[in-house]
Write a protein that binds this ligand. Structure first.
Ligand code: SF4
Ligand code: SF4
Ligand code: SF4
Length: 303
């Protein structure tokens, strides 16, 4: 179990299986898990190649250390699972690619009023990669398990599948399929912020003007947010093929629901990148342009 730069929410979701773990844990032998078991990196490095049956990687590879761990897991594991939307698509952390690394450091340390001294820490820290690259640029994965985080039920089902070979049912439906709200196919005349007014609890949130990307998002979470009263932000990414551009699909979906002039629409959607590319900016076509720009800059510096 490897952890790159992440919030640990995906592994927390695994642990949230509580007593469900009682059937899983006796069937496995944990060979490495930074925050849980006292193995060090050199233990992982010493294992024979492909001697670990299954590895999970949570998070994205923002530091040199993350990249090393990711490549090492690929080398040591027969099956490598990309766990969570950070690992699959870059997720929220991938939005850092909107800025360059110096701008990120300034926001986080130099001009952050809650950090005393305003200095960028430099001691005993791994080197930060200049840009968030999708993990799949570094290694091939055998399984992608998206979600921010993937649900506890889904992780348990995936592990059970890997242990027993029992079929894993992952229907390709979008979140709308699981949403109990009524859709009347009425166009939107105005985009509302999430805090505006009181949404009708029985009607489609998108048709009421709240941006819900359930129609472009894989519904293997079974629509847990929309059925509890809030919009779908798209954390499971697109339905299969899951590496298609979820952000672009979400914008196109909104276009079919909201016959509003593009300029007006842009005025009303306050944070387009954070709204439509919250989870997959790093893997999107738009995000790829940013990565290519960084590559060109590095190539120029090296020449
Ligand atoms: S996918 Fe979400 S829950 Fe998982 S590590 Fe990333 S931010 Fe945390
Ligand atoms: S767009 Fe959102 S609120 Fe509307 S039906 Fe789909 S999931 Fe439900
Ligand atoms: S409803 Fe949308 S935001 Fe909520 S868990 Fe499912 S995919 Fe993620």
């Amino acid at each position: 179990m490897g952890q790159g730069s992440s919030c640990w929410g995906c592994y927390q979701s695994l642990i949230d299986n509580h007593l469900g773990l009682a059937t899983i844990l006796p069937a496995i032998e944990i060979k490495y898990w930074q925050a849980v078991v006292d193995y060090k990196l050199h233990h992982l490095e010493a294992y024979e190649d492909k001697s670990i049956v299954v590895g999970f990687y949570e998070g994205m590879a923002r530091t040199e250390e993350d990249v090393h761990l990711l490549k090492l897991l690929r080398q040591k594991c027969q099956i490598l699972v990309s766990l969570g939307s950070c690992s699959c698509f870059g997720s929220v952390a991938g939005l850092a690619n909107i800025s360059d690394i110096e701008e990120c450091l300034t926001t986080k340390f130099r001009e952050n009023k809650t950090v005393s001294g305003g200095k960028v820490p430099l001691v005993n820290l791994p080197k930060i990669e200049p840009v968030v690259r999708p993990n799949s640029d570094y290694v091939d994965f055998d399984v992608y398990l998206p979600g921010c985080p993937p649900t506890s039920k889904l992780i348990a089902a995936a592990i059970n599948h890997l242990l027993t070979g029992e079929p894993l049912d992952l229907p390709p439906h979008t979140v709308c399929h699981y949403c109990a709200r009524e859709k009347k196919e009425t166009p939107i005349s105005e985009i509302l912020r999430p805090f505006t007014g009181h949404a009708d609890p029985d009607r489609c949130l998108l048709e009421q003007g709240y941006i819900c990307v359930g129609a472009s998002t894989w519904g293997i979470c079974e629509g847990q947010c929309v059925n509890k009263g809030t919009t779908c932000r798209g954390c499971f990414g697109p339905p299969p093929p899951i590496m298609s551009d979820h952000g672009a699909a979400s914008i196109s979906m909104l276009g079919t629901y909201a016959p509003i002039e593009p300029e007006k629409l842009l005025e009303q959607v306050k944070d387009p990148l954070g709204t439509f590319y919250r989870f997959d900016y790093a893997t999107s076509h738009l995000g790829r342009m940013r990565i290519k720009r960084e590559d060109a800059k590095m190539a120029k510096e090296e020449s």
